[in-house]
Design a protein around this ligand. Sequence first.
Ligand SMILES: [Zn+2]
Length: 427
Amino acid sequence: MRKLLTLCLLSLAILLMAAPPALAGPPVQTGEAYVVQPGDTLFAIASRFGVTAADLAAANDLGNLDLIFVGQRLVIPGSGLLIEPAIVTESDEEEDAPPPALPPKVYVVQPGDTLFTIASRFGLTLTDVVVANGIRNPDYVYVGQKLVIPPPKAWAAEVSHPAPFAAIELSPEPVLQGQTLVVRVTLSEPATLSGEFDGRPLFFTGDDNGGWTLVGIHALQEVDIYSLALRARLKDGTESATAVNVVVGPGPYATENIQVSPGRENLLDPELIQAEQERMVDLWNQFSPRPLWEGTFAPPIASSRITSPFGTRRSYNNGPVDGFHTGTDFGAGTDTPIYAPAAGRVVLAEELPVRGKAVLIDHGTGVFSGYWHQSDMAVRVGQAVQPGDLIGYVGDTGLVTGAHLHWEMRVGSFAVDPMQWIETAMP
Ligand SMILES: [Zn+2]
């Protein structure tokens, strides 16, 4: 039984890395009613269906937002909302102009919809919609789900960017919540690149014919189409600007409740968590400007038993769902060795209240890997590590329910799925 469970978790993780992931999650009633599950809050249910808690409360005549009970049937209000970014309109002036590139849209699933009927309505095939949303089971759609509607093939003309932008590649496309997005820009002449995504600045690493940057997509980032702004400053000081659409698709994340062992609840003191978090943010904000790693990351531990995948929405001791699992947990016995998955420099090696005995490695360009809850650490701050170097041992220090390795990856201070880094060579 235990073996089977391990296998299931593992295959989930493998799917997460390789194939477009499925919409896993707690049992969700398709149709108009949702049955409240243990650990649910009105807010969490509302966000899962893409409606507000107030709308959900109003649709169900709930006077008290906190008062819902397991087994209660809630009507999910159909919003009918169709978010349409500014559509490029056809120009009559130039007959020979290429067809304009239509931007994708976000569609909110309505009662009675199937993926097939949605695809037909937008002049698409079922496959187009499945691929654009990373859907594994096309029968599993639910009312309120947000789907990315790509432009029909006939309209998806190549977007041309002003010089010196020769080509802009995004990978993966669409990018899912909690993944790392690679943006690669090819330039026709040397220039300094900069840009923004969702209000944050992007820092480019130059190469012979352009540059690249990595964008960490928040695991709870709203499914939507975002504009990523790009600028190129030429040697003579002139600047050229353009933008590309970034389609953020739904991640395959379930929801779970964590019971914290008696005697360790005091570790949940918000001030303690906050102080430690601020310390980490300081570390994430000071990074080596050049990449120190090369290619794919190696698994940091011989164990392939993933006890908790990245991204799972979490509540603690049946509290509200207000966070997500920021790393991948590997089950392994106390004192199992942990190895550096890639080259970098150790910037933290000490015992912290929540993370326990913790090691943080700076891999350059804002990429960090963290190893929490160790029984002992084998590296010092400032030490350079190579792939395969021993960094510490599995333990149960800090806020844990048992011995395991919590392996975390940060890109631009955002927690991203570490398994993508084992599968894919970045950039
Ligand atoms: Zn963990």
